[in-house]
Every structure is written in structure tokens, then in C-alpha cells.
Ligand binder design. Sequence first.
Ligand code: SF4
Ligand code: SF4
Length: 179
Amino acid sequence: MLTQRAKQVDRKPMTFLESIYLWNILKGMGITISHLFKKKVTINYPEQTRSFSKVWRGLHVLNRDEAGRENCTACGLCAVACPAEAITMEAAERLPGEEHLYREEKYAAKYEINMLRCIFCGLCEEACPKDAIYLSQSIAPANYGRKGFIYKKEDLLIPHPKEEPEAYQKALGEKATIN
Ligand code: SF4
Ligand code: SF4
């Protein structure tokens, strides 16, 4: 024996009441019933949601300017800053006549975020020099398939401020009060 901490177990024979476990079952039921009258710690998500902290970071939004043009210039800084390597994009040149669609001469023809990789750190938002991406207060919905977590540009782009003003304001969320 390496230590002297071993204890001799006292194996007393059980009484009749102990041998039918009735008292222990009643004690357990008493604990269960007492929890029925306590305040619930769980919520019925998604019907109910918790209120989030003001600094809580949710789903990403690709931003537009006041005229509705896409801000992103496909510089790739967000992808470089991302510690989870969750962002991929393909750049394209803006053509003459597309000035009303894209603010800069280059834009993201494709832009994807893999939400299974994302850790919602917000570094992409901090790295962006064009105020083109930010993390909103919306929660990323659950999904059964992996593909459902690959958010494409169409999923991320904020609604047009002039064509869909209500949806635009809703998507801005907390950001509307920060700007
Ligand atoms: S929030 Fe963080 S992990 Fe998610 S895409 Fe942005 S930089 Fe990457
Ligand atoms: S979101 Fe910002 S950082 Fe990322 S590619 Fe577009 S402009 Fe660059």
C-alpha cells in the first residue's frame, strides 16, 4: 500500500426498509417534485429567445452604402484576418454602367462564409477598411445539413436601403444606433 489513506468499508447489513429502497425512492421523488415549483432555467427556443448583450456578435451582414451600392471591394483583408479561415471570395472588375451596383472599381463576385468554422470573433469586421462587413444581432439558425451553414453573398447582403427600406433597417439592427 503506497499511502495510509485506505479506509476499511463498514458493510453493515441493510435493514428491511433500506433493502426495498422505498425511502430513497421517496426522497428522490421529493427532489423531483420540488423542482416543479421552482423557476425554470430553460427556455422554449426558438419560440422564446433570450435577450442578448449589446456586444453580442451574430450573423454577418455585407453592407451597402446609402445609395444601395455594395461596399465590399474584395480586398481579402477579412479573409486574411479570419483565424478560422472561414471566408472565401472571388473578385471581379466593375464594368462601365455598374457604378450604381458597386461602390469601388473591384467587387466580390462571390463571397462565402462557412458558419461551421466561424467563431464569431469579429476580426473580419475590424479588418475591413470599407465598412463592408459587420456582425449583426441575429442568431445563425440551426440546420440539419452542412451546406446550410455555407452562407453565400446573396444570404449575407443587406437588403437595398431604397428598394426595401424596412428590411434594410431591420437588418441594420443595433448598428443603426451605433453609426
Ligand atoms: S467572425 Fe471571426 S471567425 Fe467568423 S468569419 Fe469573421 S473573422 Fe472569421
Ligand atoms: S468585406 Fe471588407 S475586408 Fe472583406 S473583402 Fe470586402 S472590403 Fe475587403
